[in-house]
Write a protein that binds this ligand. Structure first.
Ligand code: B12
Ligand code: SF4
Length: 736
């Protein structure tokens, strides 16, 4: 919506503090080792080529990409065409790969010798992962403390494999060399006592959850804690996830890594990279706000060593192994110059599933002479001197990722999220709420939305959805979930057959006693407390107005809502966006606007239907879309106000359109090359801070600052406590 496993008996039990692996274990997701030497595209591009989409298209080299790539098998390694160098991975002959295997074997034998000789030698190198925050202060801002799901999802495969392969070197099958220090999952006790604060203690032998830094607010306290953590851990690799409004802080987080641990290798991923570095076939282009573009032209210091875009699950795992192999056995720091060729060898032996691109920079100066300083002040021009970095791009279009077969995002991380809408009926306390996703994007194409299938190929749980969905519910309940929120843009992608099957199965197992449960569920529910949490589980999900009242009859929707309620659903979130027809006509949301009834009427029908089942209704409203005027703003505030008066809405969240780099409206408003998601210390201020992710310079050109004040004040006045601002709820309950 706008803005806003597994029971296979063959699979290993989660590895906890008490259950550290010492024997060879079968990984839940089998290593995708393709036997065939598949066509692998890789290219080597120096910074100047990768500037902006416009620059790139103008480049005389651009048309030659295709020709060269098509002929890549005949190219020599490291061949150069102007700034562009191509790595024809497929040119690796069987002999070369054989030598590579021999090199790995002899290195592994040496490592085994060193380990058996004892002493200080350890095959694990420390790693930290960070979710870059989007806020600099809590006052006046929206502070819903969700879990860093983007990061957890991206890490899931690499961490799973790493934990599975932890233990004696002879037991390892994948991370069978030096390995990231992701060696054990948290114990159940750790999970059940994890607080809602994003900060976690890092101990000498950390579990996977403790390797994550999640400051939620990027303020002085967070900076100090980050610097201390860096000094304590001395990470060899730092992985950062950033959405667009978090990107400037991601750059500052990376700059502090360069300052404190200059030899650490920094990887950036997340939605900002996904929306600004676009791979189409063998062509990689960048928008001007991309992390690599802002570093290349000096708008930000060179503080990122690699970017992974798209479906990073498997590609990140390959990159982590390449980094491990590049390290000296005695002094394990990444050798950036070795990474591209190691990647090419590894990728000649396996095909990672998913559409993703790995970009690695090699060469150049790796210290920071200016940029962001540790105390948050500017310390100079913000760049390294004379950087000659070469970018190596490895774009993939592997087999489709099976989302249900991935290790769950919470396998390695404790559930810390508390969603205030779910409270314990007995104590009133806010419940531990797990995020749950069964899809990666939305089937629809609203022109302002980053979740549209226009930007992401729609992928979802496909076969046997009820069983696989309910298995995951049981897994999360085992981890301590008292509530769930389905983050899917539309619950089960709006497929009523899937919702029906899932809800029927979930209701059934919540009624069955433990002995009646099928084995695939029982293995997760190992004590009375788990069973109690399952019986009392509350959950919420997102649906659209069109799904409820345009694409299905009222009877069909009513039947589905009844099943949802019976299976524990207590909350439905719906994107209203606007109550003004002239706005809704221009955004591709109101699917059947021509032949159907007015949007405002459909909104009323949809929320009434949900409410008639005793479910709470949360809504999101978006100001600043095409066609927005002061009149339409007031029309929407009043229209929503009436629904509130009639108690058809329990929560209304006003938002200001913020341009995301890849959405159609960003281009339509000619903002795609003007977005500043990189400058440090942009003073965010009221009224922007009253809205999620709003920042001066990236909000809708249809709104003036006076309009934004007006929206804040009028929604507060007309919607009262239903308006989702901090004054309307007691944030002190949330452990900040
Ligand atoms: C769950 C969720 C949340 C959760 C968790 C946030 C988080 N960052 O983990 C909560 C509720 C806290 C939240 C808050 C916000 N969110 Co949010 N959220 C989502 C949602 C619904 C799912 C994200 C997810 O977990 N997907 C599953 C993961 C596995 O996929 P992924 O995110 O696409 O990540 C893949 C790649 O990007 C990559 N990757 C990601 N991180 C990393 C890190 C490394 C090192 C590497 C190598 C790769 C990598 O690998 C992943 C697997 O392929 C998406 C919408 C959607 N359907 O995707 C919006 C979305 C990501 N959120 C968005 C935004 C803007 C926000 C907020 C600013 C507030 C808001 N308006 O909602 C805050 C920002 C909080 C923050 N600091 O990140 C936007 C981002 C758009 C953009 N260009 O920036 C999205 C796309 C929604 C939208 N329609 O606008 N969000
Ligand atoms: S594309 Fe439209 S319907 Fe889908 S999540 Fe975005 S706003 Fe909602």
């Amino acid at each position: 919506m706008s803005r806003n496993h597994s029971g296979n008996a063959l699979l290993p039990a989660p590895v906890s503090d008490e259950n550290r692996p010492s024997v060879r274990r079968r990984p839940r997701c089998c290593p995708q080792r393709a036997t065939q030497q598949h066509f692998r595209r890789s290219r080597r591009i120096t910074d100047p080529v990768m500037r902006s989409e416009a620059d790139f298209a103008k480049s005389p080299l651009a048309p030659r990409f295709g020709e060269q790539m098509a002929e890549h098998a005949t190219e020599k390694d490291n061949s150069t065409i102007g700034n562009l160098r191509i790595h024809p991975v497929a040119a690796h002959g069987a002999g070369e790969l054989h030598s590579f295997d021999e090199m790995l074997l002899s290195r592994r034998n040496r490592l085994a010798e060193l380990l058996s000789a004892g002493g200080e030698m350890d095959r694990y190198f420390p790693v930290l992962s960070v979710l870059a925050p989007v806020m600099t202060q809590s006052e006046g801002e929206i502070t819903y403390p969700g879990d860093p799901m983007c990061l957890y999802g991206a890490l899931s495969v690499a961490v799973h494999r790493s934990v599975t392969d932890a233990g004696p070197l002879d037991a390892a099958q994948h991370y069978n060399d030096l390995s990231p220090q992701w060696t054990r999952f948290p114990s159940k006790e750790y999970r059940l006592t994890a607080v809602s604060d994003g900060y976690r203690p890092y101990t000498g032998t950390p579990n996977t959850d403790q390797t994550v830094f999640d400051p939620r607010i990027w303020d002085e306290r967070a900076r100090v804690r980050w610097i201390r953590l860096l000094r304590q851990v001395q990470p060899r690799v730092v992985l950062i996830s950033a959405v667009s409004p978090a990107h400037r802080y991601a750059l500052e987080i990376a700059t502090l890594v360069r300052t404190e641990v200059p030899r650490a290798f920094v990887i950036l991923g997340g939605r900002h990279a996904d929306e600004t570095i676009i791979t189409a076939g063998t062509t990689v282009t960048q928008r001007s706000s991309s992390p690599l573009a802002v570093m290349a032209d000096g708008r930000a210091p060179h503080v990122i060593d690699a970017v992974v875009t798209g479906e990073a699950y498997y590609t990140l795992d390959v990159l982590m192994r390449a980094l491990a192999l590049s390290m000296d056995l005695i002094q394990p720091w990444v050798d950036t110059s070795a990474v591209p060729s190691l990647l090419r060898y590894l990728l000649a032996k396996e095909t990672p599933p998913g559409r993703s691109t790995i970009l690695v920079a090699s060469g150049g100066e790796r210290t920071v002479t200016g940029g962001f300083s540790a105390d948050g002040g500017d310390s100079g021009s913000g760049n390294t001197h004379e950087v000659q970095r070469t970018l190596h791009a490895f774009p993939f279009d592997g087999p489709q990722v099976d989302l249900a077969a991935l290790p769950s995002p919470y396998e390695a991380f404790a559930i810390r999220s508390r969603f205030p809408i779910f409270t314990d009926p007995a104590t009133g306390g806010i419940q531990r709420t797990a995020h749950f996703m069964t899809s990666n994007s939305c089937p629809y194409q609203c022109n302002f939305c980053s979740e549209s299938s226009l930007l992401n190929r729609l992928n979802r749980f496909k076969s046997d959805v009820a069983r696989r969905g309910v298995e995951r519910v049981c897994e999360y309940v085992h981890y301590g979930a008292e509530a769930l929120f389905f983050d899917d843009s539309i619950f089960w992608s709006g497929r009523y057959a899937d919702i029906t099957d899932f809800c029927t199965e979930l209701y059934k197992i919540s009624q069955d006693g433990w002995y009646s449960l099928a084995e695939q569920y029982r293995i997760f529910l190992d004590d009375e407390e788990d069973m109690k949490r399952l019986e009392r589980l509350q959950w919420g999900a997102q649906l659209t107005v069109d799904t409820l009242v345009s694409l299905h009859s009222a009877e069909e929707s009513s039947a589905v809502l009844g099943l949802m309620k019976q299976a524990g659903c207590s909350y439905v979130y719906i994107g209203i966006e606007s109550m003004a027809t002239q706005v809704m006509d221009g955004i591709h949301k109101n699917l059947r606007r021509k032949a159907d009834r007015p949007w405002g009427q459909k909104v009323r029908e949809a929320v009434s239907l949900v409410k008639s089942h005793g479910l709470r209704v949360g809504t999101s409203v978006l100001f600043g879309l095409d066609g927005e005027t002061r009149e339409t703003i007031d029309e929407t505030i009043e229209g929503v106000g009436r629904l509130i008066d009639e108690r058809l809405i329990d929560l209304a969240s006003p938002n200001i359109l913020t341009y995301h780099p890849a959405t159609p409206i960003t281009r339509r408003h000619d903002m795609h090359d003007k977005l500043d998601y990189h400058s440090p210390h942009v003073a965010n201020r009221k009224p922007y801070t009253y809205f999620e992710e709003a920042f001066p310079g990236v909000v809708s050109v249809a709104l003036t600052e006076v309009d934004i004040w007006h929206i804040h004040e009028e929604t507060g006045r007309r919607w009262g406590s239903i308006r989702n601002d901090t004054s309307a709820r007691d944030e002190s309950e949330l452990a900040w």
